[in-house]
Design a binder for this molecule. Structure first.
Ligand SMILES: Cc1cc2nc3c(=O)[nH]c(=O)nc-3n(C[C@H](O)[C@H](O)[C@H](O)COP(=O)(O)OP(=O)(O)OC[C@H]3O[C@@H](n4cnc5c(N)ncnc54)[C@H](O)[C@@H]3O)c2cc1C
Length: 302
């Protein structure tokens, strides 16, 4: 991997919180990068009627305009998900699904909330009995066992790659794998068995997972089923940095400057909790962008 590219502010997520943070950070002349996909923002398919001074505007239009606006102030965009974040001294290192390495003294987590369920028989009853929503958390419990991962994006592919280091056999079931070529290659190199064009119809087992049945009636015998829908989840990213979450482990704890307990790491938008609304996301994004840019500048002047 090549030398990491340097930024003053890296923002995970390109929804309203991330875009507003990018606008404010870049206007403060911070070298700013935004990661993630507009189309993965929960606003993308929304029709907004309750945002101040905007009436009946499509979410897609808001996001596209916001991106253009942030770019006009110098912010860069990279349509890739983040797979890994680590901290070395004052610097945060970010690894993307495309295999890029990035570095910055500040990070703004604005990844929204997605922890979707598959909604198939067996999923609810077998949760914690072989069904998991976090490959990074639970991979170690499935050493030398057969596991199945469900999902089409970076969370699923990254999860399958992690699991392949523990499990005897790792299957990935998805309708259409939608990840960067480097990540696709990584799972193929890890000998993950890809069932593309398929869906899980049912998770089998009485007291513990015994297998999954696909929509073509194929049965894969396994003891673990990892449901990883969407992008790499904040829980895993936060856990890797030691970021404090709320009591229910759902949202990131922040103060009034949007700071988390980890120095240089901020969070904004749905990820910090309700109300899950654009107005709150934008307000928090503004504060996080201003604060992160000021923190990066102060570090440089030290
Ligand atoms: C159907 C629907 C209708 C809605 N209607 C309204 C409305 O009318 N008014 C209103 O105020 N709110 C509405 N909302 C809520 C609103 O969309 C959210 O509150 C808002 O989008 C939250 O913004 P955010 O920036 O925190 O997260 P999001 O907009 O969800 O953006 C998250 C971003 O993070 C990125 N991401 C995720 N994981 C990673 C990763 N590992 N690496 C890099 N990037 C990542 C995604 O690609 C995405 O770009 C609606 C929501 C839905 C689902």
């Amino acid at each position: 991997m090549s030398e990491p590219k340097q930024y003053d502010v890296i923002i995970l997520g390109s929804g309203p919180a991330g875009i507003q943070a990018a606008i404010h950070a870049s206007r403060k002349k911070a070298k700013t990068l935004m990661l993630g996909r507009l189309s993965e923002s929960s606003l993308y398919w929304a029709h907004v009627e309750n945002y101040c001074c905007m009436f009946k505007v499509s979410g897609e239009e808001i996001l596209r305009t916001g991106r253009e606006q942030a770019e006009s102030f110098g912010a860069e965009f990279l349509d890739e998900d983040v797979l890994k974040v680590t901290k070395e001294g004052d610097l945060l290192q970010v690894e993307t699904e495309g295999g890029r390495l990035l570095e910055s003294p500040t990070l703004i987590i604005a990844t929204g909330t997605t922890r979707n369920k598959l909604g198939v028989p067996g999923e609810k009853d077998l949760l914690g009995k072989g069904v998991s929503y976090c490959a990074d958390c639970d991979a170690g419990f499935f050493k030398k066992e057969v596991v199945v991962v469900a999902g089409c994006q970076s969370a699923a592919a990254g999860g399958a790659s992690t699991l392949s280091k523990y499990a005897s056999e790792t299957h990935l079931v998805c309708e259409e794998l939608d990840v960067a070529p480097a990540l696709r290659q990584r799972i193929l190199d890890a000998a993950v068995i890809l069932h593309e064009g398929r869906k899980i119809q049912r998770i089998e087992g009485k007291t513990a997972v015994s297998g999954v049945t696909l929509d073509n009636d194929e049965l894969i015998a396994c003891s673990g089923v990892f449901i990883e829908l969407g992008a790499k989840g904040v829980l895993e990213l936060a856990a890797s940095l030691g970021i404090m979450l709320d009591d229910k482990m759902r949202y990131v704890d922040v103060d009034r400057k949007q700071r988390t307990n980890v120095e240089g790491v901020y969070a904004a938008g749905d990820i910090t909790g309700p109300p899950l609304q654009m107005a709150k996301a934008v307000g928090e994004g503004c504060v996080a962008g201003v604060e992160a840019a000021a923190y990066a500048k102060a570090l440089k002047q030290r």
